[in-house]
Design a protein around this ligand. Structure first.
Ligand code: SF4
Ligand code: SF4
Length: 189
């Protein structure tokens, strides 16, 4: 492991904050590995969910935040429902993403994910649903790959998988209200 454990990190601000935010007792993990055994993405992760939990226990903030684990997590909550210690690992992944986002920390291998998330949310805010063509088009442009997967577009269109023109759901204004309320909650923290 690249980053060595520093005993000063035990019970650090990092551990306390992740525990408090996730409202889960990370220190109760006894490393049974059931979370990682059920995780569909574990093989792609630099550190598997149980390893991330152990690293948090040990206060290894830098290693945790630089790993791709939380950014690859699909929030499927398999880990959470399998944990015999009732540790909400999926929620911890969410908290870690917010923690890293606030500090502007993204591993190079997943640096495009925040761009994807921003365009995705913008889509939902505008139309109340996903406009796939706009999502992929803007994502490719903003990440410097304007022609990535371009040949798939016509195939998907003729199979009826994507629309050329965005469709707005009924009552899209209610979705905008959700975004507005979320922003108010965020700024009141
Ligand atoms: S399933 Fe729960 S107790 Fe077991 S390793 Fe994962 S977090 Fe720890
Ligand atoms: S919530 Fe994330 S970490 Fe947990 S099993 Fe699903 S993908 Fe894996």
């Amino acid at each position: 492991m690249k980053y060595l454990l520093n005993v000063k990190n035990l019970n650090s601000e990092f551990v306390r904050e992740i525990q408090a935010e996730s409202k889960t007792r990370i220190l109760h993990c006894y490393q049974c590995g059931k979370c990682s055994a059920g995780c569909p993405i574990a093989n792609e992760m630099e550190y598997k969910p149980n390893q991330i939990i152990r690293m948090i226990q040990l206060g290894m903030e830098e290693s945790v935040l630089k790993a791709n684990t939380m950014w690859l997590c699909a929030s499927c909550i398999t880990c959470t429902v399998r944990c015999p210690r009732e540790i909400d690992i999926a929620e911890i992944m969410d908290v870690l993403r917010r923690y890293a986002f606030k500090r502007g920390i993204f591993p190079a291998a997943v640096a495009d994910i925040p761009v994807f998330n921003r365009i995705f949310l913008r889509n939902i805010k505008l139309f109340g649903r996903l406009y796939e063509l706009g999502l992929i088009g803007f994502f490719n442009l903003l990440t410097g790959n304007p022609f990535k997967d371009v040949l798939l577009g016509p195939k998907m269109f003729f199979k009826g998988k994507i629309n050329l023109i965005p469709e707005r759901i009924k009552n899209a204004s209610e979705i905008k209200d959700i975004f507005k309320r979320s922003a108010e909650i965020e700024h009141s923290d």
